[in-house]
Design a protein around this ligand. Structure first.
Ligand code: UD1
Length: 334
């Protein structure tokens, strides 16, 4: 019998790439999404890539009745929970919207999992839970201090709620995956990052500059204490990240465990510009401006735990990320 999974947020950027990997590995996958920041057509692309069109529920996690109906219809072996709002700067302006969606939706999901005895969960968390500490981050570091946004605090709060749940019910197995900076697209060019929202992250903004929709990239500061003065991040290919979820599912243990998913490589904003120019053969117009509030100079992973316990590591590098993002852009425009 195939193991069956419910994937919340499965039409979104990271969710859709993970669904492709799950189906390819032989899992029976159903998707739940409210389509707030994704498109229904993604299901066709998943079908093109895997030969399977997963069952889809257009449900908002805050609608507890609709959610309970989904759980009543099928006995899932596990849940992967991606659904949530993710615009960090919006979360500072509309904290209640973020807490209501991301915490409220998760409460309903956990309630249903408990009621229907589904006790395996993989949760999309973020390296932002480490707050302002020196890199590289490993999982033994404290979390929850100096987190710069309500988005990040909601991730931290959910991690803590899941700890309490695991302590109260030893039947639960929860893997917390702390993502660094996901980027790139499926090498087929069929799926990638296609937000309905205005982009806030570096890669989608670089692509808007590449297409001429934005006139130039604003580099937020070149006076950081880093080799070239711009901020350093740990970009990981979305397909590597998706495969990290499969590895977590295979190796999940009873209780609560957190894993960093990152490449361990630090890449500066100027390195990203160079990588773009090499991959595209085009110049990227940019201008250095003031630092962005809340940015840390350097932020990268120690992913040793995921390597050792999940047998996972990244296979793609920043050049693959650029190539696949450009390829996705070509597909979208062609
Ligand atoms: C941000 C969030 C983080 C979230 C992650 C999701 C903040 C403070 N952190 O991380 O919580 O988990 O997105 O991927 O918002 N940059 C520019 N110009 C731009 C955009 C970005 O120079 O127009 C720089 C930033 O200063 C930063 C780097 O590019 O150094 C990456 O920025 P971004 O993609 O927004 O990610 P993070 O800030 O690392």
């Amino acid at each position: 019998m195939k193991e069956s999974l419910l994937v919340t947020g499965g039409t979104g950027y990271i969710g859709s790439h993970t669904v492709v990997e799950l189906i390819t590995a032989g899992y029976d996958v159903e998707i739940l999404d409210n389509l707030y920041n994704s498109k229904i057509e993604v299901l066709d692309q998943i079908e093109q890539l895997t030969g399977v069109k997963p069952k889809f529920y257009e449900v908002d996690l805050r609608d507890s009745e609709a959610l309970a109906n989904v759980f009543a219809g099928k006995k899932y072996d596990a849940v992967m929970h991606f659904a949530g709002l993710k615009a960090v700067s919006e979360s500072t302006k509309k904290p209640l919207k973020y807490y209501e969606n991301n915490l409220g939706g998760t409460f309903n999901l956990l309630r249903c999992m408990k009621d229907y005895s589904v006790k395996k969960l993989i949760f999309s968390s973020s390296a932002t839970v480490y707050g302002d500490q020196p890199s590289p981050f490993n999982e033994t570091l404290p979390t929850g201090e100096k987190i710069s946004s309500p988005y990040g605090r909601a991730k931290y709060m959910i991690e803590e709620i899941l700890k309490d749940l695991c302590a109260s019910d030893l039947g639960f197995s929860v893997a917390i995956l702390r993502y660094f900076n996901p980027a790139g697209a499926h090498p087929s060019g069929l799926i990638g990052e296609d937000p309905n929202d205005k982009p806030n992250n570096l890669m989608p903004i670089i692509m808007k500059v590449a297409t001429g929709e934005f006139p130039e990239l604003l580099v937020y500061g070149d006076d950081y204490n880093t080799p070239d003065g711009s901020c350093i991040r740990d970009y990981l290919h979305v397909v590597d990240l998706a495969r990290g979820h499969l590895a977590a599912l295979k190796h999940i243990q009873p209780g609560w465990t957190a894993y960093n998913l990152g490449s361990g490589e630090g890449t500066s904003v100027f390195d990203m510009i160079t990588a773009f120019e090499q991959a595209s053969g085009k110049k990227l117009p940019y201008k250095v401006v003031e630092r962005r509030a809340g940015d840390l100079a350097a932020f990268y992973a120690d992913s040793t735990k995921a390597q050792t316990e999940l047998d996972w590591q990244t296979e793609f590098d920043i050049n693959d990320i650029m190539r696949d993002t450009l390829n996705y852009l070509d597909h979208q425009n062609g």
